[in-house]
Design a binder for this molecule. Structure first.
Ligand code: ZN
Length: 147
């Protein structure tokens, strides 16, 4: 199995069986994201202990890339503090948009999404959840649009 097959399997798996799907009630932080280009919508709810994300859920409707990306993101940020999440978010942004950026090991399973680099129209599907997470962590409760 080559790397592309592995990446495809990770995305298919997370789209079919999204991890941390649902909503936390009550939540310490929440934000909604919308990608009008594709129609992806998601709502993130989080529980925080100080600066640390102790629980995170997402729900919504979107394409396979946006669902898999949100699912992988919730796994990647669970238990992390806001500073490390900001660092990871910057790495993900580069990995999904820069062709010659070599994915560092801390990307982990999120590397499965780097294939969207070849499809600029899909980049926003993959980054929507990260923009939404940033809004939630600012505790603005804001609605995010990728436009
Ligand atoms: Zn999409």
């Amino acid at each position: 199995m080559d790397l592309k097959d592995l990446y495809r399997d990770v995305i298919l798996d997370h789209n079919k069986r999204p991890r941390n799907f649902g909503a936390l009630e009550p939540a310490d932080a929440r934000a909604e994201g919308h990608n009008p280009l594709c129609g992806d919508r998601l709502t993130l709810t989080l529980r925080l202990d100080g600066n640390r994300v102790t629980d995170i859920r997402f729900e919504g409707k979107g394409c396979a890339i946006s669902t898999a990306s949100a699912s992988l993101m919730t796994e990647a940020v669970l238990g992390k503090d806001i500073d490390s999440i900001d660092g990871l978010r910057a790495i993900v942004q580069r990995a999904l948009t820069e062709h010659d950026y070599a994915a560092p090991p801390e990307l982990g399973k999120l590397a499965a999404l780097t294939g969207v680099r070849e499809f600029p129209a899909r980049v926003k599907c993959a980054t929507l959840c990260w923009h939404t997470l940033a809004a939630a962590l600012e505790r603005s409760g804001a609605n995010v649009s990728t436009e």
